[in-house]
Design a protein around this ligand. Sequence first.
Ligand SMILES: C[S@@+](CC[C@H](N)C(=O)[O-])C[C@H]1O[C@@H](n2cnc3c(N)ncnc32)[C@H](O)[C@@H]1O
Length: 195
Amino acid sequence: MAHYFENDDTLKSNIHESVAIINKQKFVFYTDNGVFSKKGLDFGTRTLLETIDTNQIHGKVLDFGCGYGPIGIYIAHESDAEVHMIDVNRRSLELARKNVNTNHVNVQIYESNLYENVDGKFDYIISNPPIRVGKKVLYQILEQAKNYLKQNGQLWIVIHKDQGAKTTIEFLSQFYSVELKNKNKGFYIICATNN
Ligand SMILES: C[S@@+](CC[C@H](N)C(=O)[O-])C[C@H]1O[C@@H](n2cnc3c(N)ncnc32)[C@H](O)[C@@H]1O
């Protein structure tokens, strides 16, 4: 079976509607085979979103690896930020577009492998990053985020302790000021500031 980050047009579509209540706000998310967390909102993503204080979020936000869109859609709904959402997986992008319309938010969505189509600098990069791509690509995503963050911009990620949360903190500490913002059922919410 193809990984969720690969494009596999032969994979049979089976669109599923899910409802998620995040910080008392209701969202409808369509998911499908071949996208991450096709059953609905991932617990790690939920923990990340419930940790971020959206009153503090302004300026430009990049949702790296948007999947079917929960991060970018939530941030666009709850803040005044200009939100950009990217993914390498076309089925995810199609669903994210559908979910953006369903939840009535205004964002920019585009295909990008890593940062190849990302332009300019952001105040926040927020991600439940792809783990299955392997450590080398994951670390590339995390290190290169610095090139797309403004001074004092923040990279927020969620990563499970069994997926190397502690070594990821050590890795990030070479390039950023790192804070562990929350821990829930093994999911670590990490904020890395570009200062
Ligand atoms: C763990 S999933 C998170 C999806 C979504 N943000 C969520 O929280 O449900 C990671 C996402 O990163 C995407 N991805 C993997 N490799 C990528 C790459 N090289 N460039 C951009 N996105 C990538 C995958 O397609 C996947 O949608």
